[in-house]
Design a protein. Sequence first.
Length: 138
Amino acid sequence: MPLEDCRLVELPKLTDSRGALTYIEAGQHIPFDIRRIYYLYDIPADAHRGAHGHRGLQQLMIALHGSFDVGLDDGRDRQSFHLSNPCCGLFICPKIWRDITNISEGAVCLVLASEFYDESDYYRDYEQFLNAVREVEN
């Protein structure tokens, strides 16, 4: 899938004197059923996360607290997104390499995933990822 299919998703935000609430509904706000949820936290200031791609997995990535940058790469183009708002997520489609950098102290990254964990779905080597993308194009 091309990089253009990845996008920021504005999530509903309800506020009143008690605070704010944001919700996410599969099929409404994201184009997949949620099969796995995980989150990154207690991340050292100089850490670099991500550095992989997925063959079929779709994800929605949200900065629940703090901020970070997400670099996306489809093998041809690259784009960077700054996530810092808990009512805005980044939809990441399959066959996209991702890097998470510039992680603020205390940041929490929530990820909603379309599939259960499956190591065979990962591209862990960038050259292997590029070769797979080129094969699909030909």
